[in-house]
Design a protein around this ligand. Structure first.
Ligand code: CA
Ligand code: CA
Length: 390
């Protein structure tokens, strides 16, 4: 056989239609290979994630899934059969335990792929016991401006008898979510409901947050997923808001705001800019009085934005530095300054690469402020200017 044919034969082991020269075995396993649900009140159906790993060199096709009595795989209704798992890839799906009677259930959940059966041991004990059903099980607070607090309610209803809720707590993400007010241990009489209020404390840089609320009841945990997104507060919610834009593509111009005496490019927390995006100003550990570089544009035109929600009385100096771009092309930078939600001025300056513009100084007394423009420009060492050849 020629070398070329040998190579094609090797490829056919995994890739060719029809009958391969040699059939490689399907290899897979569940990791972990058992799921225990513990005691579950009859009427509930908690869910756990099963992970099936393809450890072979050929695709693993889910041809059938055999599920023991009182367990449920909802994804079977949703196209699980026929799923192809590539070599070294994982397939995750949910397994629910929905006991219909008291006692231990233990069985084997099997995934069939070719002549291979991959097994997962599942177990749980059904118990007759009152329980609380809590809804919704997923709470999405949506977008909330930094500094705002959003509250949503979860209702828990006692089924099958009285239920005592004790130890309700934020078990993940307690910097972003809180029980508001704190939830004291509560006895819910059978057939009635109680309300748990959860707050999303939007703080820190813009972006997604997630957490979990755990509601233990009669030895069984209800877990509520919490999500929210911190949004940039609008100028009306900031004492000081400054936006920089410029008029060239593929150029990085930067906005800097400095405390009195702090140098440009200060790394000690006296300045907010792209190297130090959220220094602790004002009261140490208090976040409301800290500035944020909320938008950091590096590839041209901006906007780039600094916000300070609760500004301590002080003088804040604004600078704009042309950090990176073509050495032979200037850009027109524009700065818009909002104090207490009002636009107090828009200033423009033409800048070449590595030049810095001292825009001026904000005098802020804690309630209102004024802006005094400066207009000086200086050269800086920092920056990357690209020389183009003519
Ligand atoms: Ca920038
Ligand atoms: Ca602070």
């Amino acid at each position: 056989m020629s070398k070329r044919l040998l190579v094609m034969g090797a490829l056919c082991l995994v890739a060719c239609e029809g009958e391969p020269l040699t059939r490689l075995p399907v290899e897979g396993r569940f990791d972990p290979d058992q799921i225990g649900f513990g005691m579950v009140p009859i009427g509930l159906s908690p869910s756990r994630e099963a992970v099936l790993r393809n450890e072979g060199r050929v695709n693993l096709t889910v041809e059938d899934v055999i599920v023991p009595f009182d367990f449920v795989v909802p994804e079977i209704e949703d196209g699980l059969i026929g799923t192809i798992v590539a070599p070294n890839a994982d397939l995750s799906f949910n397994v629910e335990f929905a006991p219909t009677a008291e006692g231990l259930r233990r069985g084997t959940l099997s995934v069939i792929s070719g002549d291979r059966t991959i097994e997962l041991t599942v177990s749980g004990t059904g118990v007759f016991q009152p329980f609380a059903t809590c809804a919704p099980t997923v709470v999405d607070f949506g977008g909330v401006s930094r500094g705002q607090v959003a509250v949503q309610s979860i209702d828990c209803t006692a089924t099958g008898g009285d239920v005592e809720l004790q130890g309700v707590a934020i078990t993940d993400g307690d910097a972003d979510f809180a029980l508001s007010p704190p939830f004291e241990p509560t006895l819910i009489p059978a057939g009635t409901s109680t309300t748990i209020n959860v707050a999303f404390l939007a703080d820190g840089p813009p972006g997604a947050r997630s957490g979990q609320l755990t509601i233990p009841n009669n030895g069984f945990d209800s877990v509520i997923e919490l999500t929210g997104e911190v949004e940039i507060p609008p100028p009306s919610q900031n004492d000081i808001s400054v936006t920089l834009t410029w008029d060239t593509d593929e150029t990085d111009v930067d906005l800097h705001m400095l405390l009195p005496g702090a140098p440009l490019f200060d790394l000690e927390g006296g300045a907010v800019y792209h190297f130090v995006t959220n220094p602790d100003w004002g009261i140490p550990g208090e976040t409301a009085d800290d500035p944020f570089l909320d938008i950091d544009d590096k590839d041209g035109r901006g906007p780039e934005q600094i916000n300070l929600r609760v500004g301590p009385p002080d003088q804040y100096e604004l600078w704009v530095h042309y950090f990176a771009g073509p050495a032979d092309r200037a850009t027109q930078a524009t700065v818009a300054i909002f104090l207490d939600g009002e636009l107090v001025g828009t200033y423009e300056q033409r800048l070449e690469c590595k030049r810095a513009w001292r825009v001026g100084t904000i005098d802020w007394d804690g309630d209102t402020g004024t802006f005094t423009p400066n207009g000086q420009t200086i050269s800086r060492m920092e920056g990357r200017c690209i020389r183009t050849q003519n």
